[in-house]
Design a protein around this ligand. Structure first.
Ligand SMILES: [Zn+2]
Length: 220
């Protein structure tokens, strides 16, 4: 999943969970809009619960999802706000992570579609919205699987140096007032004997990360 999409998804979930999404209901409360009626159905006040669960558009997408809400609790549609539904699913019904993930992503797709339509785009079919949600969920799971495998495979742990290898320790410090940096290097052999040492002052006002990189370059 692209980083910006993933970030946006987390942001929508967080804002939904705090009920600070700019739904028409919330915008009316803040006197930004005069009407809080949902534009998709023209039938009810647009709360987050309405956008994500009750609206006819949401119903069509959830029907396509195949998620049987009767088995996870039919009270899920009764909640006025999305965060209450999530709490009910997670703690009341104890649904698994994957289902909860799909629910959040479908909700995000419903919200982003709602925003695009408000900006003048044509409302897509429910099947298109759901396909996008499935695609994003698959991509998210694949990415996380790769990351989890990578972390597992690294199996990082301390090991003694192999014979005839050298270990280079470096460190650097920046001095803002004099706009300089100082670096120190210590080279030890495979039995721990110091073979070389170096300290150096450079007229470079580098940041902490660049400082470490420069020290490593000098050390090598
Ligand atoms: Zn509606």
């Amino acid at each position: 999943m692209e980083d910006d999409v993933q970030w946006e998804l987390a942001r929508v979930d967080q804002r939904a969970s705090k009920d600070i999404l700019p739904t028409k209901d919330n915008l009316c409360r803040r006197l930004v809009l005069d009407s809080s009626i949902c534009e998709a159905c023209g039938d009810a006040i647009e709360t987050s619960g309405h956008v994500f669960w009750v609206c006819v558009v949401a119903h069509e997408v959830w029907d396509l999802s195949g998620i049987c809400f009767d088995t996870v609790g039919d009270r899920v549609h009764e909640f006025q706000q999305f965060q209450d539904s999530l709490w009910h699913l997670k703690f009341g019904q104890q649904v698994d992570k994957e289902l909860l993930g799909l629910v959040c992503i479908v909700a995000w797709c419903l919200w982003s579609t709602r925003n695009e339509v408000r900006l003048g785009k044509v409302r897509p079919q429910a099947s298109t919205i759901f396909q996008k949600a499935r695609y994003l969920l698959n991509e998210f799971q694949t990415t996380n699987l790769k990351l989890a495998k990578l972390v597992h495979d690294e199996n990082v742990q301390w090991q003694p140096l192999m014979d005839l290898w050298f270990k280079v320790n470096v460190d650097g410090a920046t001095f803002a007032q004099s706009q300089t940096m100082e670096i120190g290097v210590l080279v030890c052999d495979f039995v721990g004997k110091v073979e070389a040492k170096l300290s150096k002052c450079l007229p470079l006002p580098l940041g902490p990360l660049e400082n470490e990189a420069k020290a490593m370059e000098e050390g090598i």
